[in-house]
Design a protein around this ligand. Structure first.
Ligand code: THU
Length: 128
């Protein structure tokens, strides 16, 4: 299971469009249905218009009708070796988006093992 998810994140990473940073990221998000949704980072000449791999994967899943998730794997780096060995922690924006659908115990698989969403984002913004 772990290897499947890592492989899916690495495969998604191969489609990353990152000509400005050179940092390629892939994410694989498994829904409760068992379907794996993937995303890569897509940069833009107008820098802030780019999107991270993780949010791309979440939006793909939600657009397909899935909102409950089992796990997320992320692979990021300037080359394949870095992506396999160095953990790529999701940015704050992606953590906030994940927290819309996933609780603090949601497992996030990085190059150094399994983490929890609550470890990276102990407090999310909540709109009361
Ligand atoms: N990036 C991601 O896709 N996910 C992360 O978790 C961190 C950063 C992307 C954004 C940008 O295209 C590139 O990596 C460098 O910041």
């Amino acid at each position: 299971m772990v290897q499947n998810m890592t492989d899916a994140a690495m495969a998604a990473r191969s489609n990353a469009y990152a000509p400005y940073s050179g940092f390629l990221v892939g994410a694989a998000l498994k829904g409760e249905s068992g379907i794996i949704y993937t995303g890569c980072n897509v940069e833009n000449a107008s820098y802030s218009m780019g999107i991270c791999a993780e949010r791309n994967a979440v939006f793909q899943a939600v657009a397909a009708g899935e909102r409950r998730f089992r796990t997320l794997a992320i692979a990021g780096g300037r080359n394949d070796e870095e992506a396999k060995l160095v953990p790529c922690v999701p940015c704050g924006a992606c953590l906030q988006v994940l927290s819309e659908f996933c609780g603090p115990d949601f497992p996030i698989l990085l190059a150094d093992g399994v983490h929890k969403l609550g470890e990276f984002l102990p407090h999310q913004f909540i709109l009361d």
